[in-house]
Design a protein around this ligand. Structure first.
Ligand SMILES: Cc1cc2nc3c(=O)[nH]c(=O)nc-3n(C[C@H](O)[C@H](O)[C@H](O)COP(=O)(O)O)c2cc1C
Length: 234
């Protein structure tokens, strides 16, 4: 049963009330890991173990050079010592914006756990070798789809189907095939978001949520970044 009440009139839809968050756990600067990447690792595993639906789905926000923002969902694919990786088409709108303004914001919302993780940072492209290695691991249908889609450009449905057919023929493999030798397109690959700020949020009753924010200490060694950790007011 929804805890929302909605009032609708001719010129307005007004929403009142919301689910009360009531998580028993607490986070404070003293009980989190000194590294936000390790803390993320812990929370990501918690989300998987709690059967959160799509814990790997995250919102990615980018902005044009003049600061016009846009957001969309992407899949989190890798956490390494430097940051968070997702894959996409390098000619898409998000990639064009990241080329002209290499700043990104990521947001995970794990509803079932009343948890949110917010990441802000600069981006870099993955190397050709890293892209090829990951592309090889993808299902054949998805590999062919990457070739067929000129992501973010206007398309009519028939064109997408005929482009797919073209690549099925070119590579001599069906989209339903199990294994294939589909080469990695050079217009497709990963971006890594290297965080300078990460915030962990835990929903509590009466909007008195727990927030713990890490800020990267400028000049700390790249292989061992240091962070200040603060509690923020909800
Ligand atoms: C849950 C979810 C996961 C998605 N994952 C990806 C992804 O990993 N990579 C991607 O390019 N698009 C992904 N999409 C599609 C994007 O949201 C978006 O429609 C597409 O990338 C084009 O965005 P752009 O025009 O801003 O570049 C996903 C969509 C959803 C709803």
């Amino acid at each position: 049963m929804s805890s929302l009440s909605v009032e609708e009139s001719a010129d307005r839809l007004q929403v009142q009330g919301h689910l009360q968050y009531d998580t028993p756990d607490h986070i404070t600067p003293s009980n989190v890991h000194p590294s936000p990447l390790e803390q993320f690792h812990i929370w990501f595993n918690d989300a998987r173990n709690a059967s959160v639906r799509e814990p790997d789905a995250m919102s990615l926000s980018t902005a044009t050079a003049s600061g016009i923002p846009s957001s969309r969902m992407v899949l989190f694919k890798q956490l390494d010592k430097r940051g968070f990786v997702f894959y996409t088409n390098y000619t898409s709108r998000k990639s064009r914006e990241l080329e002209e303004n290499p700043q990104a914001a990521l947001l995970f919302f794990w509803r079932e756990m009343s948890r949110q993780v917010r990441v802000l940072g600069t981006v870099e492209k993955l190397s050709k070798e890293e892209n090829e290695e990951y592309f090889k691991s993808r299902p054949v249908g998805t590999q062919l789809g990457a070739w067929a889609s000129k992501q973010s450009s206007v398309v009519v449905e028939d064109v997408l189907a005929s482009r797919l057919a073209k690549f099925v023929e070119q590579f001599g493999i069906q989209a339903s095939g199990k294994d294939g030798d589909v080469p990695s397109p050079d217009f497709w690959g990963g971006w890594r978001v290297i965080p300078r700020e990460v915030e962990f949020w835990l929903g509590k009753p009466s909007r008195l949520h727990d927030r713990v924010r890490y800020l990267h200490i400028a000049g700390s060694p790249e292989d061992q970044p240091q962070w200040t950790i603060d509690r923020l007011s909800p």
